[in-house]
Design a protein around this ligand. Structure first.
Ligand code: GLP
Length: 278
């Protein structure tokens, strides 16, 4: 895994936005997997300002969000659809028809929605770039510890720690949902490129387990070790418990010198090299 350690949350956002913009430059009709939570908010701010500056367009892009609370309508302030509209979609030229969430209409059987979502992703040709945050317990999407490493989109009951962590985002009279539909770990691993972001000390333990710990269902993010193209962008606080920080910094320098030697424009980043079948 390529671990990119930068100073703070703003630099995480800028670095992640550079990667997303490279993707959209190479493939204007890219399919993006998107995440919610507080971590990617600054990335979305960056993307909106780059869209406003005319650097990128979302007109041909399709998006698939990782997860959505079960039983929460798209107009609810709790819904991830609303979150994405507010932080990204409403401010770009994306066609809302191309923005997808694993949702379940009232009265439908939520157990059937997972395979439907997987089909939709397949019909679009799979996910080119999946953006991820990480839970303090190592979850990705809502794949809580114990999730099968091969899991597909399905309903999932949230861990108590996740319910508590996400409580901070609610106002007083809102009840925290405790079930969600989420892409599985297998779904995430099928993405062609994965970009995970983490900021702040509260994520340091989870990042260390995901990057340098054993691959285990008890830390769902550790499954990313099985993927060939993962970049993890962390700030110094989230990198605090990593053992090999000097090595990751050294690797980054070496990669930058390769890029400088062989071309530094979008499309020439080795991560997106055409021969690597993006
Ligand atoms: C939720 C989301 C995850 C997200 C996590 C961390 O549980 N389902 O996709 O990564 O929160 O959120 P935050 O970035 O707010 O710490």
């Amino acid at each position: 895994m390529e671990v990119i350690i930068v100073k703070d949350a703003d630099e995480v956002a800028v670095t992640a936005a550079d990667i997303c913009c490279d993707m959209l430059t190479i493939r204007p009709n890219a399919t993006l997997g998107l995440a919610t939570g507080s971590t990617p908010i600054r990335l979305y701010e960056q993307l909106v300002s780059r869209y406003r500056a005319g650097d990128i367009s979302f007109a041909k892009v399709a998006t698939f969000n990782l997860d959505e609370y079960l039983g929460v309508g798209s107009d609810s302030p709790l819904s991830y659809r609303r979150f994405m509209n507010e932080h990204l979609f409403d401010h770009t030229d994306i066609d809302f028809v191309n923005t997808h969430f694993p949702t379940c209409a009232p009265g439908s059987d939520p157990r059937l929605m997972g395979p439907e979502y997987e089909d939709k992703i397949q019909r679009r040709g799979g996910i080119d770039l999946q953006v991820l945050g990480i839970g303090a317990n190592g979850h990705i999407g809502f794949n809580e510890p114990g999730s099968s490493l091969g899991s597909c989109t399905r309903i999932k009951t949230l861990a108590q720690r996740t319910v508590n962590d996400n409580n901070r985002l609610l106002s007083e009279n809102q009840i925290q949902p405790d079930m969600a539909l989420t892409m599985g770990i297998g779904t995430i691993l099928n993405a062609r490129r994965i970009l995970m972001l983490a900021t702040g000390e509260s994520k340091a333990r989870a990042i260390a387990r995901a990057v340098e710990g054993a691959v285990t269902a008890m830390c769902p993010a550790s499954a990313l070790q099985m993927h060939a193209y993962v970049r993890i962008v962390v700030d110094e606080a989230a990198a605090k418990e990593l053992m090999q920080t000097e090595y990751y910094r050294w690797v980054r320098k070496k990669n930058e010198s390769i890029t400088a030697e062989h071309g530094g424009r979008a499309g020439e980043d080795p991560w997106f090299h055409p021969s690597l079948r993006i």
